[in-house]
Design a protein around this ligand. Structure first.
Ligand code: GRF
Length: 194
């Protein structure tokens, strides 16, 4: 069994889509939720699905002891960021080479980087007059929204689109594709190493 940790700071709708997708999966299980936000909706989701969760401060994240200990205890093989707001420290990226991914609600390299999250992304896309937007799933490196791109999916922007309507459309793409990409990456890695 491969064990997955989901890092999230907010509502956790992607975390929920991933948890549901891997419920009863024969080879992959969601073993841990990590959040920096004690008020995050994702904590309710962790409780609802009986998944252990860890709340860590920014300081604890940069220092590493608590997080590394927990990742080891839960035998975490792969880390998925789903709306995690803090930059990952280098020790974590070194510990999980090629095994940390993120999802961004736009077509990177456009509309990414520090401060580009939530509704702000969709506002910027509309303001720029784009005719399409979408999602980007990418490996995580030491910069925001920067690592190698794994998958992009697009959707059209209508004349009467609002940031809110765009957000909903993009979320549907996220919830469908993110769990499937995670599954294929983990299973591919398993094949390579067996
Ligand atoms: C998603 O749009 C994701 O692309 C971005 O943060 C958002 C998280 O939303 N990285 P939710 O908490 O999963 O609902």
């Amino acid at each position: 069994m491969k064990h997955l940790a989901i890092f999230a700071s907010g509502r956790g709708s992607n975390a929920e889509a991933i948890i549901r997708f891997f419920q009863n999966h024969p080879k992959i299980s969601v073993a841990l939720i990590v959040t920096n936000n004690p008020d995050a909706g994702v904590i309710q989701i962790a409780r609802q699905y009986h998944i252990p969760y860890l709340v860590i401060s920014k300081k604890q994240l940069s220092e590493g002891t608590v997080l590394l200990k927990t990742l080891q205890e839960k035998h975490i093989d792969f880390i998925v960021l789903a709306g995690f707001i803090l930059l990952l420290p280098p020790y974590l990226i070194d510990r999980y080479p090629g095994r940390i991914v993120n999802i961004h609600p736009a077509l990177l390299p456009k509309f990414g980087g520090k401060g580009m999250y939530g509704i702000k992304v969709h506002e910027a896309v509309l303001k720029a007059g784009e005719r399409q937007t979408g999602i980007t799933i990418h490996y995580v490196d030491e910069q925001y929204d920067h690592g190698a791109i794994i998958l992009q999916k697009t959707c059209a922007i209508q004349e009467d689109e609002t940031p809110g309507s765009l957000m909903k459309k993009v979320q549907q793409l996220e919830h469908y594709h993110y769990p499937r990409v995670i599954e294929s990456l983990i299973l591919k890695e398993e094949t390579l190493h067996s």
